[in-house]
Design a protein around this ligand. Structure first.
Ligand code: GLU
Length: 473
């Protein structure tokens, strides 16, 4: 290949990890030929389709790349951006395979993209383009509940997923599981509670897991607990917004900088993230919000405890890596650190929580949504009242035997059965915590494994190799 094409396709630290792994010849107990197979993208479909808009025909180019089908359906978002390229989509599809394996979500990896600047088109036009793209993908089974399930990514969200699902339903009216053809849908259109916030929520859980691991935390020199930790976030899109919101309102971290396209907001006492997001929604810019400064990416270099690049790929490169002060970097975006920068940061002793783990919350909750669609029932619907009755009886029993009153503030928590959102959060937290422990064990098990990225990669490759082997490949 494939392999070479893949390695030269995206200059990120993800690629660097593969190269380092090769160079070290680290014995991960997987046959070399199989590793080669794992690094090959299986197929990429390129489609060019015309849509008549504003009185003339416009041609759009779209991609859907399938990296590996060791599990089906294959899974991964569809991004809408003007700079979408085939090799980038392929590398991101590979990243999805590793991500799914790492968090034990039984999907293969895929990714899609449409070359488009969504801001240049009206809602109605975007809907027509999206429906046409869906028809093209459906013709080739590149969207299907059992084979290939897209999701939101950069430039797409619930709205696009609802259009895709609706178009698929029209094309396949007899398909019982049609709603499971795409995830990240609005709740009213077959979505699941907690999917929109899932990637940001996953960042929060990843950080909590890291801070609870005293052995790993020590390597950053940071004190225990997320409270009062200073945070810089780049990008207040879906992922950055929810991560910053939850960290500041639930963990008492102080978000001092939010770096956006139109400038940045700086407030050493902590930015009100909800207010800032509301302001951006109304005004389309951060300009005019208290604390506005015209600087952008330069502020990644400011003094802080935790740096969260949550916007796009390759924002930390060899030009700014040596100026980064944060001891801990969380890759909320896919591939925000270049291969060269990764090496520099590693030499500087920085700890990086890698994208393939940190932002896996999105696909994890997509998995829950897919299962919900296949089972045709909301999580918790059958058992919630039974649980409430059982715990209610238990409390009644305790109070009648002891004669003491059950503390009022605990009663509600003890009785209330799990709603869908509670179950989703519980499943996501468990996934992020248990995955962190596995990566951390691998990281600390061998001196050649110098960082969490390499450790995560090893865990993922081993798991994919296991499923290939059990298929006799
Ligand atoms: N686009 C997201 C990602 O890169 C979500 C993928 C999904 O839910 O399938 O992880």
């Amino acid at each position: 290949m494939a392999r070479k094409a893949f390695l030269t396709s995206i200059r990120t630290s993800f690629e660097q990890a593969i190269c380092t792994l090769e160079a070290l010849g680290h014995d991960i107990g997987v046959d070399k030929g199989l590793v080669n197979q794992i690094f090959s993208a299986n197929s990429t479909y390129v489609v060019r389709f015309g849509v008549r808009l504003r009185g003339e025909m416009h041609t759009f180019t779209g991609y859907r790349s399938v990296h590996s089908e060791h599990f089906e359906p294959v899974k991964g978002g569809i991004r809408y951006a003007p700079n979408v390229k085939q090799n980038e989509v392929e590398a991101l599809a590979a990243l999805m395979s590793f991500k799914c394996a790492l968090v034990e979500v039984p999907f293969g990896g895929a990714k899609g993209g449409l070359v488009i600047d969504p801001r240049k088109w009206s809602e109605g036009e975007l809907e027509r383009i999206t429906r046409r793209f869906t028809q093209e993908l459906s013709k080739r089974d590149l969207i299907s509940p059992s084979q290939n399930v897209p999701a939101p990514d950069i430039g797409t969200g619930e709205r696009e997923m609802a259009w895709i699902a609706d178009e698929y339903l029209k094309l396949h009216p007899a398909e019982l599981n049609a709603w499971a053809c795409v995830t990240g849908k609005p709740i009213s259109r077959g979505g699941i509670e907690g999917r929109t916030e899932a990637t940001g929520r996953g960042i929060q859980y990843a950080l909590r897991a890291f801070f609870d691991n005293t052995r790993d935390l020590k390597k950053t020199g940071l004190s225990s607990g997320l409270a009062k930790k200073r945070v810089i976030v780049q990008g207040l899109g879906n992922v950055g917004f929810y991560a910053a919101l939850f960290l500041s309102t639930e963990d008492d971290a102080i978000v001092t900088h939010v770096i956006e396209r139109s400038g940045s907001i700086v407030n050493q006492n902590g930015i009100n993230i909800q207010k800032l997001r509301d302001y951006i929604n109304t005004n389309g810019t951060v300009e005019g919000f208290p604390g506005f400064v015209p600087e952008g990416t330069k502020l990644l270099e400011e003094q802080t405890d935790i740096l969260i690049p949550a916007a796009k790929e390759l924002v930390i490169t060899e030009t700014n890596a040596s100026s980064i002060k944060a001891p801990l970097i969380v890759e909320a975006a896919n591939g925000p650190i270049s291969a060269e920068a990764d090496k520099i940061l590693l030499d500087m002793g920085k700890i990086i929580i890698p994208d393939m783990y940190a932002n896996a919350g999105g696909v994890t909750v997509s998995y829950f949504e897919w299962i919900k669609n296949l089972s045709h029932i909301r999580f918790g619907r059958m058992q919630r009242r039974v649980e409430e009755a059982r715990f209610g009886a238990l409390i009644e029993g305790i109070t009648s035997v002891t004669g003491a009153k059950f503390p009022k503030h605990l009663e509600k928590r003890a009785i209330e059965g799990g709603k869908e959102i509670d179950l989703v959060r519980s499943g996501l937290e468990d996934t992020m915590r248990s995955t962190y422990e596995v990566i951390s064990e691998t990281w600390n098990s061998h001196q050649d494994i110098k960082d969490l990225r390499m450790a995560a990669m090893i865990v993922a490759i081993k798991r994919i190799a296991q499923s290939y082997s059990s298929m006799g490949i």
